[in-house]
Design a protein around this ligand. Structure first.
Ligand SMILES: Cc1ncc(COP(=O)(O)O)c(C=O)c1O
Length: 350
């Protein structure tokens, strides 16, 4: 089976060129990144630059230690990589053999299918039903029994809803295969899946520095699992996919979780404002445990996304032939950016 191709989003510079706007006037409501700049990182980067002639230490031991301390685990239960994305690709390559089956509730993060097929596996979707898009726990548990790998996006992108702890436990208990829990948005949901790793030999939990920590540009993420599984991933990962500068910034961020928690509280407050404003425009807004909200806009969703794009406001739309055709997804941004979004939408709505 040919792997589906990842669809790259246009860059801010490309959008600016196409719309005639300045890059600083383009607002990304589509990337689920943080609206807050991490100014302190400049000093850490400057210190790390002094040794930029050398490779980063291939074991990334200090980064493993910092992540392990924050998660209450041992460094042997952690392996870092270039974002959660690299950990998804490595998990598929490490744990799937030719013809193996991997499942996930859909719609979901597209890289699970791409990683599965690239690794020679077969991807089987377990559909989630509109309009609630509640996690299809029973169907996933049934399908997981015969699956070699189960991807769980918790909380879910693009829906935004959480997956209950007992559902995750039930999926892990139901299968002899591996369960990969992509917890990219866990900090916004007050969920900590770290303890799963101590209790289950077949669970891998993925984390990222891109969302709550506001460090998407550093490209750092990590996997947590039993040391046996970590050894498998370690054995196939590239020796240096995280630059020494990125590793230094990630370590500093992991050592100051208070800053991240403060950011999360601000984003949660802004999320409430954004949801209320979108609901005020007459749209159905789905509950969110993440840094974005999914919104049912109706038949004109793509047209509206195009109009907003023309104004430099980039929102996420979904394929015409899928269950989210009439939906748009909005990342939480600054209060000013959100006001600009809502007032612009008001102009375009009938
Ligand atoms: C569910 C999910 N997993 C992984 C990623 C990628 O994270 P990273 O930037 O760490 O590669 C994203 C980014 O949007 C995501 O939504």
């Amino acid at each position: 089976m040919r792997a589906p191709k990842y669809k790259w989003q246009p860059t801010t510079a490309e959008i600016a060129a196409a719309t005639g706007l300045l890059p600083e006037d383009v607002e990304r409501f589509d990337h689920n990144t943080s609206p807050f700049r991490t100014g302190w990182a400049a000093e850490v980067a400057a210190t790390a630059l002094a040794d930029v002639n050398e490779y980063p230490g291939a074991s990334y031991r200090p980064l493993r230690e910092a992540a392990a301390k924050l998660c209450g685990l041992q460094p042997e239960q952690i392996v870092p990589g270039a974002g959660a994305d690299e950990m998804i690709l490595l998990s598929a390559r490490a744990f799937l053999e030719l013809g193996d089956t991997a499942i996930a509730s859909t719609p979901t993060y597209p890289l699970y299918e791409i990683a599965t097929v690239q690794a020679g596996g077969v991807f089987q979707p377990v559909p989630t039903d509109p309009p609630s898009f509640n996690y299809p726990a029973d169907a996933v548990i049934r399908a997981a029994r015969d699956a070699d790998l189960t991807w769980i996006c918790a909380p879910s992108n693009p829906i935004g809803n959480a997956v209950d702890d007992d559902v995750v436990e039930a999926v892990i208990a139901a299968t002899d295969g591996l369960v990969v829990i992509d917890a990219a948005y866990a900090e916004f949901a007050d969920t900590d899946w770290s303890s799963l790793v101590d209790r289950h030999h077949n669970a891998v939990v993925l984390r990222t520095m891109s969302k709550a920590f506001g460090l998407a540009g550093t490209r750092v993420g990590y996997a947590m699992a039993h040391p046996d599984l970590i050894t498998e991933i370690d054995g196939i990962r590239p020796p240096g996919s995280i630059s020494s500068i990125s590793a230094a910034i990630a370590i500093a961020a992991l050592q100051r979780p208070d800053a991240m928690e403060n950011t999360v509280r601000q984003i949660q407050a802004l999320r409430t404002e954004l949801s209320d404003s979108l609901a005020g425009l007459g749209f159905r807004v789905l509950p969110s445990q993440t840094n974005f909200v999914l919104c049912e806009v109706g038949r004109n969703a793509h047209e509206l996304a195009g109009q907003l794009m023309g104004e430099g406001l980039v929102v996420r739309k979904f394929p015409d032939d899928g269950p989210l055709a009439g939906y748009l997804r909005f990342t939480v941004r600054s209060a000013a950016a959100q006001t600009r979004l809502i007032t612009t939408m008001e102009r375009y709505l009938p």
